[in-house]
Design a protein around this ligand. Structure first.
Ligand code: SDX
Length: 392
């Protein structure tokens, strides 16, 4: 490859050197700091995994206890943030609310002491602590209710589900939710992480870094796909309709949500774990009508697009898990963001360690030496097209 070769979407182009996570897309392997995702899902917790990602090694018992304590202590939101949220339209998307709230934190903690470890730690703790409270608060406020205060006797995931549903969650649901956060915490240089890194490279504050990443995650080609998967399953409506739905997608060249990945050419290992978690929930709380449609769709896509490496990604089964926990569909991507904050922060910290501002180049395709045309003599683009047609 020559240096000037253009790769749409920067496919295959290394944007950084990183020791945070690793993906083998042919074998379906994901590791955080060298530890396999299956082991972390089984043995770790989201906060322990976040510590691992951000500080590079598993915490000792004392380090973990200190980290958990600090996060518990910082869960509450300033009343001015809550007041700001009251002005948001109920019809607004929760990802937009979250992006605005994350950015607003910068108003309160504006010091940019990026070379001070205490500042870095405080920013990490604040963001991990407050983002779930923001998501839950917006959910209650848009229903016209007061937000529920965090409960210090509940751990990270149980407390989020409590703030969201106004009741203590079932222990299995809380445990499974925590595993979901671990699975979504980090994934190399995906679009939102890249966005976080570019923002970080300007040495702006960490709240701007997270706000820019939240905005990037929201799109349907990225984290927003988890919401669209449920809408797609609803549209398909029954197992019998799967093949005809797929026919239409292939005919119209439209994307099947929750399938395909830039790196994985086999089933995303997170999707395998999420499917298993969904089944555990169905065993305890009863099945979900859409699960059978999802399984039939996975099989049909594998039969027809498997040769292209199109298999379920992380967003395919996560929504079925969240639905069983009573989480509304438009909160699926904010839940993804709650988890991914830890990966974004890990990359923010790594970026600061050896920073150089991101400033790639481009291949210019425009003209040169174009004349400046007087405004009276200009034609609109539509006129210009008509004129060009008449000349031809
Ligand atoms: C996430 O990068 C990460 O790590 C992201 C993520 C993370 O943890 O951060 O894993 C989370 O974002 C998961 C992806 C969620 N998005 C979706 O589920 C949306 C549907 N999927 C796609 O649009 C697509 O697969 C992407 C966006 C995920 C990847 O896009 P690429 O790598 O640019 O691939 P492409 O669109 O250029 O497709 C390559 C080929 C094309 O066929 P050809 O033209 O070569 O014949 O694969 C086909 C595509 O048509 N294809 C699909 C498809 N995805 C790819 N065909 C049908 N349905 C799909 N979903």
């Amino acid at each position: 490859m020559t240096l000037c070769e253009y790769k749409p979407g920067l496919e295959g182009i290394p944007a950084t050197q990183s020791s945070i996570s690793f993906v083998d897309g042919k074998q379906g392997i994901l590791e955080y700091r060298g530890i396999n995702i299956e082991a972390l899902a089984k043995q770790s917790t989201f906060l322990e995994t976040s510590y691992l990602l951000i500080w590079g090694s598993l915490p000792t018992r004392q380090e973990l206890a200190d980290f958990e304590y600090e996060i518990r202590y910082h869960r509450r939101l300033k009343y001015r943030i809550r007041d700001m949220m009251k002005c948001f339209p109920e019809s607004g998307h929760p990802m937009d609310a979250l992006q605005a709230c994350a950015a607003a934190l910068g108003l309160f903690y504006s010091r940019r002491a990026l070379d001070d470890p205490a500042y870095i730690r405080a920013a990490v703790v604040r963001l991990l602590a407050k983002i779930p409270t923001m998501v839950a608060a917006f959910q209650l406020m848009r229903k016209g209710n007061d937000p529920v205060q965090p409960r210090d006797d509940l751990d990270y995931s149980a407390n989020f589900l409590y703030m969201l549903n106004e009741r203590e969650p079932d222990p299995l649901a809380a445990q499974i939710f925590d595993i979901c956060l671990t699975l979504h915490a980090e994934h190399t240089i995906n679009a939102s992480t890249f966005s976080a890194m570019v923002t970080a490279s300007t040495l702006t504050d960490p709240y701007a870094v997270i706000a820019s990443a939240v905005g990037t995650l929201a799109g349907p080609l990225h984290g927003g796909a988890n919401e669209e998967v449920i809408e797609m399953l609803e549209e398909i409506g029954s197992v019998e309709n799967v093949e005809s739905y797929l026919d239409r997608c292939l005919e119209n060249k439209s994307k099947i949500m929750g399938f395909g990945h830039r790196v994985y050419k086999v089933k995303d290992p997170r999707a395998t774990i999420l499917q298993d978690l969904a089944e555990q929930l169905f065993d305890k709380f009863g099945g979900d009508y859409y699960y059978d449609i999802a399984v039939a769709l996975e099989k049909a896509v594998a039969d027809r697009l498997g040769h292209k490496g199109i298999y379920p990604n992380v967003d395919f089964y996560s929504g079925l898990v969240y639905r069983k926990m009573g989480i509304p569909t438009d909160l699926f991507t904010p839940v993804f963001a709650i988890a991914r904050v830890s990966g974004w922060l890990a990359h923010w910290k790594e970026q600061l360690g050896e920073n150089r501002i991101f400033r790639p180049t481009q291949i210019y395709t425009g003209s040169h030496d174009a004349p400046y045309i007087d405004i009276e003599k200009r034609h609109s683009a539509a006129d210009a097209e008509i004129l060009a047609g008449m000349i031809h």
